[in-house]
Design a protein around this ligand. Structure first.
Ligand code: PEP
Ligand code: MN
Length: 338
């Protein structure tokens, strides 16, 4: 529920209401507006004894939060969240961020080369998988910690921020020491232990939509992370499974508009996993920018036909460069920069 305090309520009065809410078993999220203060109270509504709160001097009214996701909804936080990665890199502001790099880190020299190229062509964040959740147990599973070390070397040289996937709650402690953004993959969107683990940190989390998850389920997964205290969540639409077989998944472009309507969290799009084919990636990337996405995550490999993972959907550096140039006027047309 949302507790609205009367105009002019002091910080001390607000603290009193918060303490009472905590006694009743709620988590509290005060927001100090210019005129009024509101307190988002999150918890099991069965423990709500509204009358005790309403009876407090400084309380004006109580409103229910209609959505099942509370912290992720716009009902408490109305202004868009901007996730700040430091050094001027933010997600959710005017600039559309691009994350680019190979599906998997295959070796140091190759990774450093891709890092240099995507940096030159305008990427803000370098992607690379060190722990790969492959559909087959016999496929390349990633270089693990050695891969994370290679990522660090690439950041040291290029200054690019780093995003990588973490697949197991037991690895979170280690992985978060190496990167700027922790990715939760589509297959793990409802791995609640993993969500809670990344929720206990402050490191930003890129939460991919599950292959067959509704937008509601996806926002509930974000809520798991946020309710543990980590509000730095970036959503990523990466296509959902449909009956179509020409594409690996079907990009749900409406998800961009729906998320903008329902949530204050930033949303980016992954046109690579959504399409499964490099020739489709530019069209989907352009549509995403036009639809209002806050960023893109694109697989780029210097030799896609010999990539150890997802080569078919990876752009070569030249095509990534071409796409970045084509995206500029589209970003401008929707009042953004890239
Ligand atoms: C990836 O980013 O390489 C990946 C495995 O993505 P997804 O979880 O969306 O399939
Ligand atoms: Mn991939």
């Amino acid at each position: 529920m949302i507790v609205v305090l009367k105009e002019g309520a002091t910080k001390e009065q607000c603290a009193k209401v918060e303490n009472k809410l905590k006694e009743l078993g709620f988590q509290t999220h005060p927001i100090y507006g210019e005129i009024k203060t509101i307190i988002g109270a999150i918890g099991d509504k069965r423990s709500a004894n509204k009358n005790i709160i309403l009876a407090m001097d400084c309380v004006e009214s109580i409103m229910p939060i209609m959505q099942p996701y509370k912290l992720a909804s716009k009902e408490i936080y109305k202004t868009p969240t901007i996730v700040d990665l430091g050094d001027g890199v933010t997600i959710g502001g005017k600039k559309i961020v691009t994350m680019a790099g190979p599906c998997a880190i295959e070796g140091e020299a190759d990774f450093l080369e891709i890092a240099r190229r995507v940096k030159e062509y305008g990427a803000d964040i370098l992607r690379g998988g060190a722990y790969k959740p492959r559909s087959s147990p016999y496929s390349f599973q990633g270089l693990e910690e050695d891969g994370l070390k290679i990522m660090n070397a690439a950041r040291a040289e290029t200054g690019l921020k780093l995003v990588t996937e973490v697949v197991d709650p037991r690895d979170v402690e280690l992985v978060h020491k190496y990167v700027d953004v922790l990715q939760i993959g589509a297959r793990n969107m409802q791995n609640f232990r993993l969500l809670k683990e990344v929720g206990s940190l402050k490191t930003p989390v890129l939460l991919k939509r599950g292959l067959a998850a509704t937008i509601n389920e996806w926002l509930m997964a974000a809520e798991y992370i946020m309710s543990e205290g980590n509000e730095n969540v970036i959503l990523c639409e990466r296509g959902i499974r449909t009956y179509e077989t020409e594409t690996r998944n079907t990009l749900d472009i409406s998800a961009v508009a729906v998320i903008k309507e329902k949530s204050h969290l930033p949303i980016i799009v992954d046109p690579s996993h959504a399409s499964g084919h490099s020739y489709i990636v530019p069209s989907l990337a352009k549509a995403s920018v036009a639809a209002g996405a806050d960023g893109l995550i694109i697989e780029v490999h210097q030799d896609p036909s010999n990539a150890m993972s997802d080569g078919e959907q990876s752009l070569c550096p030249e095509d990534y460069n071409k796409l970045m140039n084509e995206l500029k006027p589209i970003a401008q047309a929707v009042g953004r920069t890239i």
